[in-house]
Design a protein around this ligand. Structure first.
Ligand code: TA6
Length: 301
């Protein structure tokens, strides 16, 4: 069956007229487009990747690069990439894809549901001969995005192996801002972080986070709400986390941004990443048959 026919079949099965449609997105990639009285949204089957959330009152909350390379094996640059089953480089195999292998592969549509005034889209990926080459375990991962005045993202990992495993995960969210150099992030004051731009040194955060250079930090044992203030646009974005013990904060700044083919000069100003995650010593252990759900609940006002 060709891709367009498959997309049409998915829409026949799961589309909700006037609210949710399965259609051909950028690069010919299948996506679910949401339009409700409270918000618009978009989620691609490629990577189970939310690429847009636009509450009617505030507009685009997520940043997506205009230079994204839309093809298999490449992650969409922006939105909320799903990092699993490792974060960053794979410590025991430098040849492995950064941030795991699920964000660069086709997922399957599990359901589209109307829940009150919201639309919940669930997509899933699972182990295969290809994934077992990198990681010798069997799993299912579901990304469920509930689009409304609030965006709720849930990452559900199930161990379908006969052995226990440990995994890292991140909802690597790119938040749209007016100017990263003017943004402050509160809620992490007094916490310890690993500074990836200073030899992974462990440091303490004092007061709000502000950005004046490449910033790449993993905040440890951080489970409480985080707020990003954007004075240029005149709004605040808050993130409430569930079952997430670490928070990654990233901005590549000017030089790294210019050197990234799917980002480009000047794009660094337009986003800040705040990532609900479980990485490093906070990786999650799962016994056979067990599931774990990490959630990020986002508000913007
Ligand atoms: O989350 C921050 C980070 O780990 C940075 O180190 C940077 O590599 C960023 O992710 C983007 O990674 P990517 O593989 O998407 O280019």
């Amino acid at each position: 069956m060709n891709e367009v026919a498959a997309i049409s079949d998915l829409n026949d099965r799961w589309g909700i007229p006037g609210l949710a449609v399965v259609t051909v997105g950028q690069g010919g990639s299948p996506r679910v487009a949401i339009s409700t009285p409270l918000a618009n949204g978009e989620m691609y089957l490629h990577g189970g990747h939310v690429t847009a959330w636009k509450p009617k009152a505030v507009g685009d909350v997520l940043y997506c690069s205009p230079n994204t390379i839309w093809k298999d094996g490449k992650a969409i640059r922006g939105g909320v990439p799903v990092c699993f089953p490792w974060f960053g480089d794979k410590t025991d195999n430098p040849a492995a894809p950064a941030h795991g292998f699920v964000r660069t592969k086709a997922w399957q549509l599990q359901s589209i549901e109307k829940i009150g005034e919201d639309i919940a889209v669930s997509m899933f990926s699972q182990s295969s001969d290809e994934t077992r080459k990198w990681w010798p375990f069997d799993f299912q991962v579901v990304c469920r995005a509930t689009f409304g005045a609030i965006l709720k993202l849930e990452l559900v990992v199930t161990n379908t192996s006969v052995a226990a495993f440990s995994f890292e995960e991140a909802l690597h969210a790119y938040f749209a801002v007016g100017d990263a150099a003017s943004v402050s992030v509160s809620g992490l004051d007094g916490t310890l972080y690993v500074d990836k731009v200073d030899h992974f040194t462990e440091k303490t955060q004092y007061e709000d986070i502000r950005f004046s250079a490449e910033t790449d930090r993993i905040y440890l044992n951080t489970r409480h709400d985080i707020t990003m203030s954007d004075p240029v646009v005149g709004r605040k974005i808050s993130i409430h986390k569930e079952n997430s013990a670490t928070t990654v904060v990233w901005n590549p700044w000017a030089e790294k941004s210019a050197g990234m083919g799917d980002l480009g000069a000047g794009e660094w100003k337009k986003f800040v990443c705040v990532e609900s995650s479980n990485v490093g010593t906070y990786a999650v252990q799962l016994s056979p048959g067990e599931s774990h759900t990490m959630a990020a609940i986002m508000r913007c006002a």
